[in-house]
Design a protein around this ligand. Structure first.
Ligand code: E4P
Length: 241
């Protein structure tokens, strides 16, 4: 499963990109407005900046409500950066827009998906990827992750090539479960990316163990000159248990 960052925050995208684990970015109007992006021109500028940082797919959401407007926006977005994914919601008029744009070879991220049937329609229309919103399903008392599993199973059963991207991810467990359920991609907030490496047993009495290891290795370096070859002190490893 690949990881995308779900943000329009440039410093977060830079930090994520440096880790070498991010294959794309998803944006939407709320994420854009959270970064002070208030119009189409500044959205385009931000998307171009993101494309300079990330070697991967960038999703850009359309905001028109009618088919003609969405198609025009999708065509325009396709010119912003090389091979973007135009992000289009899963309602019936939008399925029409997906068909038109996908027919022209424009890649589509079918967003705001809440059912297997929406995912089936989007796949027939030519969506490159479908984004089930698991956090929002959890919010209304459903088990969002089940939708990832159902769509992935149905797509596999019928050899459908549309990918499944777990979206609306709120915590690291969503990410793990999405991978187990067969998602091809999870798009995650930067905060969740950081949480993915947090491991409570690596703290001892409130102090991160790597800090203790760091001290042990520094001592070893002082003594032997090359810390890289030293094993951590046994007492430090004991603390990690
Ligand atoms: C992804 O493409 C979406 O923009 C994102 O995951 C939205 O999730 P949320 O609005 O429920 O946080």
């Amino acid at each position: 499963m690949k990881l995308f960052l779900d943000t329009a925050n440039i410093p977060e995208i830079r930090d994520g990109a440096r880790l070498g684990v991010i294959s794309g970015v998803t944006t939407n109007p709320s994420l854009a407005s959270a970064e002070g992006i208030g119009d189409r021109e500044s959205y385009k500028t931000a998307i171009r900046e993101i494309a300079d940082i990330i070697d991967g797919r960038i999703s850009v959401e359309v905001v028109s409500l009618d088919v003609e407007g969405m198609v025009a926006e999708g065509r325009d977005i396709a010119e912003w950066v090389p091979d973007p994914w135009a992000k289009i919601p899963s309602t019936i008029q939008r399925i029409e827009a997906i068909s038109v744009l996908a027919g022209e070879g424009i890649k589509i991220n079918q967003t705001l998906c809440f059912s297997v049937n929406q995912a089936l329609l989007g796949a027939q229309a030519g969506s490159t990827v479908v984004s089930p919103f698991i956090g929002r399903l959890d919010d209304i008392g459903n088990q969002g992750i089940d939708l990832i599993e159902d769509i992935a199973t149905v797509y596999k059963k019928h050899n459908i090539e549309t990918m499944v991207m777990a979206a609306s991810i709120r915590h690291p467990l969503h990410c793990t479960l999405a991978a187990k359920a067969g998602a091809h991609i999870s798009t995650i907030p930067y905060k969740v990316l950081l949480q993915m490496v947090h491991h409570p047993p690596y703290r001892c009495r409130g102090v991160p163990v790597h800090g203790r290891l760091g001290k042990g290795l520094a001592k070893a370096k002082q003594k032997h000159g090359r810390a890289g070859e030293m094993q951590p002190e046994p007492s430090t490893l004991d603390l990690a248990r």
